[in-house]
Design a protein around this ligand. Structure first.
Ligand SMILES: [Zn+2]
Length: 446
């Protein structure tokens, strides 16, 4: 595979810098290495079914993960990748492939073939460049401002979109400048996987279509939305969003037949009765039992599903792998690891403690570097991190400081998930570990 050749050369090239900037390795990995590997994933992803390819990818990722956590080279793949906070590379690549495919072909492995994905408007369907134009909007903060925008015989159309409990709806309500009473209300239902952004744009599109059809005698129509991102999309003359293209088309069409359609932005829930009504109507539209007015799923939803799949893969790598039992003893579940990593960035000392791969006699003996696995303090107890942290008399004083502090908060001084709940105990715990790791080499020489 070409990607792997590049990767191999890349890792040779990057290796000398690891020692200099260990903190930057994660950034380099995520910003440079992963994109190189995932390049063209949409084409070569079937190779991921091959166990050999998966294992090669994982082992390449492991070498980076070990550098990120500044760990020993003997640390297992699962432990190093998890502690480095990375997604297993084969799963990351397959997510990139799925998103690429969804964008290009409109199919995703998550969706049945008959559920379409929202695609960009192809150039052939865009209006001629001379006819393309962004639509500006006015920011309106009060009813007086709005009244000033109005001319004689003006219609206000308040639009809104809503997503609650995975139900998506859109609506608009129509009011005349004389009277400010709602005279029409239209509701639309979208697929449960659609976004609220799509709903906001759908409401505006339908408001435009309604104006063209039913408000031909009006001099002015002001469409009022509380969604600034949707209005900014409409301002963009080069937008390829299907809703935006269609709205821009119908607004210029309306203007050409003498209806001055204008867009206005208001803050949500600041006392415009029309906005409140549109909000209510959109919420109730979401729960309607009717045919869908829009069923194309946005790419953001496919990204979300892929992200969830990656989290699941990370979880499985940690829980299903037998050889990171040591770490699992300290942090039993993947969620525990994530919680822990929110507070701690593993470094040279902490990683030794978290993996058991460090300068303890037990480890050195296991790899035949030391003749014995016992601690010099008594010559009989096995020297591992548990002994060093909790029992070894050599470290009694720093241990006393940490245990006293933890007990003052009623925390178990050696339970990681307990210790991270207070910043001071977390610090004292890490000071203790750092102290032990620093002193260990000298101590073991005695
Ligand atoms: Zn000892």
């Amino acid at each position: 595979m070409k990607a792997k050749k590049i990767f191999n050369r890349m890792s040779l090239f990057i290796r000398p810098t690891w020692g200099v900037h260990p903190g930057n390795v994660k950034t380099i990995y995520e910003q440079v290495i992963e994109p190189i590997i995932s390049y063209g994933a949409g084409i070569w992803h079937p190779a991921l079914d091959n166990t050999y390819v998966r294992e090669r990818l994982l082992s390449l990722q492991r070498s980076f993960a070990v550098k990120i956590i500044q760990g020993f080279r003997t640390i297992s793949t699962a432990a190093s990748i998890t502690l480095a906070g990375l997604t297993p590379l084969p799963d990351k690549v397959s997510a990139v492939a799925d998103i690429e495919k969804s964008k290009l072909l409109g199919v995703s492995s998550f969706l049945p073939g008959d559920v379409p994905i929202e695609s960009f408007c192809p150039p052939s369907e865009l209006p001629h460049p001379t006819e393309r134009g962004g639509i500006e909007f006015t920011e309106v903060s009060s009813a007086t401002d709005l009244a000033q925008m109005a001319a004689e015989n003006t219609w206000f159309i308040y639009t809104d979109g809503s997503k609650h409990d995975d139900r998506v709806g859109a609506a608009f309500v129509l009011q005349h400048s004389a009277g400010n009473r709602t005279t029409a209300r239209k509701k639309f239902k979208l697929h449960d996987c659609c976004s609220v952004y799509q709903a906001e744009l759908l409401a505006i599109r339908e408001a435009c279509a309604y104006s063209l059809q039913n408000l031909r005698t009006a001099t002015k129509v002001i469409i009022i939305s509380d969604c600034k991102s949707a209005l900014l999309e409409l301002q963009n003359a080069c937008s390829r969003n299907r809703f935006a293209v269609s709205i821009q088309k119908s607004i210029s069409q309306a203007r050409s037949v003498g209806i001055a359609v204008e867009l206005a932005w208001i803050k949500a829930h600041v006392g415009f009765s029309g906005n409140e009504e549109a909000d209510e109507a959109a919420k109730s539209a979401a729960n309607l039992h009717k045919a869908l007015d829009h069923g194309s799923i946005p790419i953001s939803h496919i990204k979300l599903l892929n992200k969830q799949k990656c989290i699941k893969a990370s979880e499985q790598l940690y829980s299903k792998t037998a050889n990171c039992a040591y770490t699992k003893n300290l942090l039993p579940t993947y969620d525990n690891v994530i919680e822990y990593l929110k507070h701690v960035t593993p470094n040279f000392a902490i990683t030794q403690f978290l993996t058991g791969h460090g300068y303890t006699k037990q480890y050195l003996h296991r790899f035949k570097i030391s003749a014995t696995d016992t601690c010099p303090c008594d010559g009989t107890t096995i020297q591992n991190f548990q002994h060093l942290l909790q029992d070894c008399p050599r470290f009694a004083i720093p241990r006393y400081n940490h245990t006293t502090l933890s007990h003052s908060y009623n925390l178990d001084p050696y339970n990681l998930l307990n210790v991270i709940t207070k910043e001071s105990t977390l610090n004292s715990f890490h000071n203790l570990i750092t102290h032990i790791v620093k002193e260990l080499k000298n101590f073991n020489k005695t």
